[in-house]
Write a protein that binds this ligand. Sequence first.
Ligand code: ADP
Length: 386
Amino acid sequence: MTSLEIALLVLAVMLLGYFLGRVTAPDPVVPPPPSPLVDAPAPAVPDGPRADLLHIESLNGPVLILRGTLVEAANSAARSLLGSRVVGSDIRLTVRHPALLDAVDQVMADGASDEREITGLGSGGLAGGNRSFRLRALADGAGRCIVLLDDVTQAKATERMRVDFVANASHELRTPLATLTGFIETLQGPAAEDEPARQRFLTIMAQEADRMRRLIDDLMSLSRIELDKFIRPTQPLGLAGIAAEVARTLAMRLDADQRRLVIEEPADLSPVIADRDQVLQVLHNLVSNALKYGRSGTPIAVALANSGDMVQISVRDIGEGIAPEHLPRLTERFYRVDSQRSRTMGGTGLGLAIVKHIVERHRGRLEIDSRQGEGTEVRFSLPKAP
Ligand code: ADP
């Protein structure tokens, strides 16, 4: 909720406080004051329904209006968070949240506003148990306190992921950088005149620099894909020959491990709506994984097939496979089953995260099946062009 909305809400409630003060003044012809409970149908005052209740009902986040510790009104978000019995009750008895009670006490005592973050609201079976809220409590100038709750659970989770991501990426870059620095010092000092050592160290340094380059390339890809995340591709794309193109790019690595790509591609394969470069990148990452983690000398099967309103593409290898407990986490950034093995094979830990983001952007599906001791199959689907 913006500050403008809050200001408008406070203004509306203050005006209404003034207005209600007038309509509830002793006057035999004026009807009794309307009930503050929003559970009941909104009662009408001479100029129409209660404006404050309509206002708080139109707000997405939970809002409570209290007089002392009595909850005069709660919008539907607040009722579904705290239970509908909260309206008309003493907040000390129904909500029992020390930080919330403290904030209300403060506002009622000195009329100032209070802002804090709270967790554990609505625990005990209600929806908010493990959610975090930013609470703002304000006085309305008419002896009431307005409590606004902003659910910040998702924002906090995203922030935590961002912090973890930066820490992981820095760690991944620091390791090869430390190796490079170490070798540079050795070459400047003890190994300055040792030609065979120089050659050996330079080879390792080139490998480490290459590892940093791959990591930076993958990080850049990931951020580009995330930027386009909500923009769906619009162009139709024929997939014939796309797997063969990946086989050509990876030909040297396939040959070096005596592997070959067995491609199954029906003649009537439907075109899809997809970004060609991104489909190539998905296939490249999946075949690359089959190469890294599959058994030397075994074939890698790539199959394309029409499947309802989608085209399904699968990459299957013969190898050690992946234990079931790892499967749900494989598409997380930097998640690896065996970090050492991944690094030795030139992995960055970002390949499947990139695959997942690309498939999501295409509104496709991604599935990973694996049997330990047998091998792994990764399938993804892309929507057919109409
Ligand atoms: P990496 O760069 O480490 O290969 P990925 O995101 O591509 O990163 O894969 C994450 C992890 O998933 C890998 O480190 C590996 O442990 C596992 N993995 C991925 N593909 C396969 C596969 N075909 N067979 C066995 N394990 C795999």
